[in-house]
Design a protein around this ligand. Structure first.
Ligand code: ATP
Ligand code: MG
Length: 383
């Protein structure tokens, strides 16, 4: 299968995962596109409208400062962010620091994790001259949007959210806190404050994107401008060819689950972690993500690093078994990430620069958030 075909398969899967329940009804406002697909894939990145008019789009994505970014982030969203930035699409990248305390009691080593996120972004190719990089706690007007937005969703809708349920299951807290339940609505504020229409995310975020789309639609219906136009676009998710890269335990690779290879890991550490990955007893290597998730996750990782089809990699390894597979993955990862890691080490020597990137980003994000909040207050009758 070629990269384009793989992306098409992903698109089918994604379309099944997300339903466009809230396709705009009779009261829809003019500037909302009712038929726009809620999920785009890597193949759509080369879509005519993006190339022809990158200025018509705005991207927002973000990560929680809970630890170093890993290969799942890179192939799940970071690579797409850099591609979009390089195509000339306006880019906002948010450090979701408030969201750290959704599933843990303390925001442990927050400043350090935040700076390291910026380090990973810059090493991966995000350019602070073209991308606005900021922490959402530094943007008060963004957070104020949470209040009107919360009035637009029911408690039942919040408690049904599958990603919230999954995160609760992995939480270290004894009790679920209120911020955990309102987290998808906070994320809607993150996306909508800058009126982003494209959100490069991993598969686990699709239910949250649905919430953001619902909030945008309901807000636009309830509070249109005097001329009937809408305040917010309806954002669409952008999935990569690896919308859920698996970790060494066969579950979603996650910062907080001890199953990840960090972007900044050194070559020996990378080798050690991949050698410990869970595989199975079948010596013949095949690519079968449903039947053999552990083996297939490793095959996919090598394929992404080599920019080749996973089926070809699996065939080449054939009867070589897990040992050859792991050796291939280790070499592919270390080779692919070598330049990024060199850049990362260079950038790490200037922590002041990382903080300056955040300050400049916050200044720009605040100007935009203030304008959006003023517009929101106006259509709501200056609450
Ligand atoms: P945590 O364990 O603290 O929740 P995380 O590894 O899940 O960390 P997040 O900061 O929650 O990372 O996610 C940031 C972005 O990266 C989201 O868009 C998410 O969908 C994406 N992402 C995270 N893990 C993966 C993965 N394994 N594969 C693809 N995308 C991923
Ligand atoms: Mg997460």
């Amino acid at each position: 299968m070629t990269a384009a075909e793989r992306a098409a398969t992903t698109r089918t899967t994604a379309a099944r995962t997300t339903t466009d329940r809230d396709t705009a009804g009779p009261s829809a406002v003019r500037s909302v596109e009712p038929s726009a697909a809620p999920v785009l894939t890597a193949a759509d990145l080369t879509a005519a409208d993006l190339i022809a008019d990158p200025g018509a789009h705005r991207v927002l994505t973000g990560d929680r400062p809970t630890g170093p970014l890993h290969l799942g982030h890179y192939f799940g969203t970071l690579q797409n962010r850099v591609r979009l930035q390089d195509q000339g699409v306006e880019m906002f990248v948010l450090v979701a620091d408030y969201q750290v305390i959704t599933d843990r009691d303390l925001a442990d080593r927050l400043a350090e994790h935040t700076e390291n996120l910026v380090l990973d972004y810059l090493a991966a190719g995000l350019d602070p001259e073209r991308a606005t990089i900021f922490a959402h706690s530094a943007v008060p007007a963004l957070n104020q949007l949470l209040l009107p937005f919360l009035s637009l969703v029911s408690v039942a809708e919040l408690s049904r959210n599958p990603t919230v349920k999954d995160e609760i299951a992995h939480s270290s807290q004894a009790a679920v806190n209120g911020l955990m339940f309102t987290y998808p609505v906070h994320q809607a504020a993150d996306i909508l404050f800058c009126k982003a229409d494209l959100v490069p995310v991993g598969q686990d975020q699709l239910p949250h994107l649905e919430v953001a789309r619902t909030v945008a639609r309901r807000f636009n219906e309830r509070y249109p401008h005097a001329d009937g136009s809408a305040v917010f676009p309806r954002p669409r998710a952008l999935l990569s060819e690896a919308p859920m890269l698996l970790g060494t335990d066969g579950g979603k690779m996650s910062k907080s689950r001890g199953n990840a290879v960090a972007l900044g890991a050194d070559e020996d550490e990378t080798a050690r972690i991949i050698r410990g990955a869970r595989t199975d007893a079948d010596r013949r290597i095949t690519y079968d993500p449903t039947g053999r998730p552990g083996v297939s996750g490793l095959v996919l990782l090598a394929a992404l690093c080599q920019d080749r089809a996973p089926e070809t990699i699996a065939e080449e390894i054939g009867d070589g078994g897990a040992a050859v597979l792991k050796r291939t993955v280790i070499e592919s990862v270390n080779e692919y990430f070598r330049p990024l890691r060199v850049r990362r080490a260079e950038l790490a020597t200037d922590r002041g620069h990382l903080r300056q990137v955040l300050r400049a980003g916050a200044e720009r994000a605040n100007a935009i958030a203030d304008a959006t909040l003023a517009e929101v207050r106006e259509v709501m009758g200056a609450i």
